[in-house]
Design a binder for this molecule. Structure first.
Ligand code: NAD
Length: 268
């Protein structure tokens, strides 16, 4: 079988560069192209050099239509606005679309779901094996404990992150709410400030820390009178997300159109 040609949108970004390097180091796939926002300093650079490796002779473009037409799969870690456009193009070109951008509004999420009618879409707020395992464990622990255990989700990310709470924190909050048979929106407290009063029973709280170069740290705390259970995942490198994204692109080849999760990809 020919190697899977993977395109990277937002290839000049932190995750974009890591995805390029991971494709170059993976079996069964090759860098098929890359695009970034018009005016980005990445435009015109060689994709291999951009990832810190040898040149591959393919330059970063600013036309996503051209990119989607030239590849078998696209990995997208960009912005919600860019994701809207990319989801539409993925459906038109019928390429495997790996959607990793977080902080999506409901309209963008609906466009991803619409694209999944036409093509294979793998979407996850966190592509690492560890966090996807943690999600399962959190759901089980929340199911086993009664609401006398207060659930809090604490996260820390690097200073450049623009959305809060992180997509992963929300994903873990969803898992905890699901374990309790509830919708997260009905019990979530996404931030606290001032005279907020005592903590309501059953609430799922979130706390956000930002600083330095932290790739992503998440803890789910189950606290009651006399004890706490703390479940923590720490990513020390973005490589874990990129490895998951490349695995998702390879897994998606030949699958029927549909919206898949990393748990589908990882078989967990
Ligand atoms: P970043 O700002 O370093 O990179 C984003 C890139 O997208 C930039 O190069 C930017 O120029 C580019 N871009 C913006 N608009 C574009 C457009 N219209 N067309 C093409 N390129 C465009 O950000 P980052 O740290 O790489 O994170 C990107 C996203 O991925 C964030 O939403 C982040 O939360 C998410 N993320 C998800 C996971 C996961 O596992 N799902 C892991 C890490 C980060």
């Amino acid at each position: 079988m020919d190697p899977l040609k993977i395109g990277i949108v937002g290839c000049g970004g932190r995750m974009g560069r890591m995805n390029l390097a991971t494709i170059a180091a993976s079996e069964g796939c090759v860098i098929g192209g890359g695009s970034d926002l018009p005016g980005s300093p990445a435009i015109g650079q060689d994709l291999g050099l951009l990832s810190g490796a040898d040149p591959v002779g393919i330059m970063v473009g600013d036309d996503p239509v051209e990119l989607f037409a030239a590849v078998d799969a696209v990995i997208d870690f960009t912005t919600p606005a860019a994701t809207r456009r990319h989801a539409e193009l993925a459906a038109q070109a019928e390429v495997v679309y790996v959607a990793g951008t977080t902080g999506l509004d409901s309209e963008t999420q609906a466009m991803i779901e619409k694209a999944a009618i036409q093509t294979v879409v793998v979407q996850a707020a966190n592509m690492s094996l560890g966090v996807n395992l943690l999600e399962m464990v959190v759901e089980q622990v929340a199911r086993a404990l009664d609401p006398d255990y207060d659930i809090e989700v604490l996260e820390m990310h690097h200073r450049h992150k623009v959305d809060a709470p992180s997509g992963t924190a929300l994903m873990l909050g969803e898992a905890a709410a699901k374990g309790r048979g509830l919708a997260l929106d009905s019990v979530a407290r996404k931030a606290r400030e001032g005279q907020v009063g005592a903590r309501p029973r059953g609430e799922i709280g979130f706390a956000t820390l930002r600083g330095g170069d932290v790739a992503g740290e998440h803890s789910v705390i189950f606290a009651t009178e006399g004890e706490q259970i703390v479940l923590t995942h720490k990513a020390s490198s973005r490589e874990v997300f990129a490895k998951g994204a490349v695995k998702a692109a390879l897994w998606g080849r030949g699958k029927p159109a549909g919206l898949y999760s990393m748990r589908d990809v990882l078989g967990i």
